[in-house]
Design a protein around this ligand. Structure first.
Ligand code: DC
Length: 257
């Protein structure tokens, strides 16, 4: 699978750079791939903080939500009905999805086409939450995510610490009160569409969270040993400082590293 090989190569490059990072100097143990899982509901700051952590630690950044979004877009562009689980599952297994570039300029491609912008559309956001409940879709994505992340990565999503990498070195569960999460989403969406409505954003977000946390396969939940951070009322920098402190503590603990 081309996408996996490409991502794997990216992982090796990141691992090489990680060897030079200041975090390695703090550990007297043999360096090995560091896997950091970040889960949580939408609008909790996972993407921003995941990117910041990946940059700081020189690790590959894998935004797994982009992959479900790319599958949703592929479904929308096909003649397949989104309610046909078998056909959607088989499409998910067939399409090639690549995440390329640095954490800050991540490009998402679907069968070689740049879909970085289009997967952020509202209809794609909505459908991604629906098709991600299909077990065959999850199986196809999880397999790729494990392959992509095995050489070290910061991964964010809903099931990273519970299913994709249950043995991740560090697991975070980021959350915030719904009002604040919806407010952050609203600010983000307003940049693209000045007519966006806060009420609609709030309703859509809570509905998506409900679906993501109640589905039968890999629902959003706090993984065992996850460090829960409630970012309500905190700045991004304050949350980042807490996360870095947890990573440093892990690197300094022999049994955990
Ligand atoms: O993180 P996001 O909002 O871009 O994710 C889009 C959808 O994909 C989200 O509603 C749930 C799903 N998702 C998932 O089921 N598992 C993941 N690991 C990541 C995202």
């Amino acid at each position: 699978m081309d996408s996996v090989q490409e991502a794997g190569a990216g992982g090796r490059r990141h691992e090489a750079r990680f060897a030079e990072s200041k975090f390695k100097a703090q550990s007297k143990f043999m360096p090995r791939p560091l896997i950091i899982a970040i889960d949580g509901p939408s609008g909790a700051g996972k993407s921003t903080l995941g990117r910041m952590l990946a940059r700081e630690l020189n690790l590959l950044y894998i935004d797994t939500g982009s992959m479900y979004r790319a599958v949703a877009l592929a479904v929308m562009e096909s003649s397949i009905s989104s309610t046909d689980d078998v056909a959607v599952g088989s499409l998910a297994a067939r399409v090639s999805i690549d995440l390329r570039g640095d954490p800050d300029s991540m490009e998402v491609t679907l069968d070689g086409r740049d879909v970085t912008e289009s997967i952020r559309r509202e209809e794609v956001t909505h459908l991604s939450s629906i098709i991600s409940a299909i077990p065959e879709v999850r199986r196809a994505m999880v397999e790729r995510q494990r392959e992509m992340g095995k050489l070290g990565a910061v991964l964010n999503g809903r099931d990273i610490g519970t299913v994709v990498f249950p043995n991740a070195d560090v697991k975070f569960f980021l959350t915030a009160v719904p009002d604040e999460r919806a407010q952050r989403r609203f600010v983000e969406e307003s940049v693209q569409d000045p007519n966006v409505d806060f009420e609609a954003t709030f309703v859509d977000m809570t509905e998506r969270d409900r679906r993501d946390s109640t589905r039968a396969d890999s629902p959003l939940r706090i993984a065992e040993n996850a460090v829960v951070i409630d970012s309500t009322g905190l700045s991004i920098d304050e949350v980042f400082a807490k996360m870095i402190a947890v990573v440093q503590a892990t690197l300094a603990t022999p049994g955990d590293w």
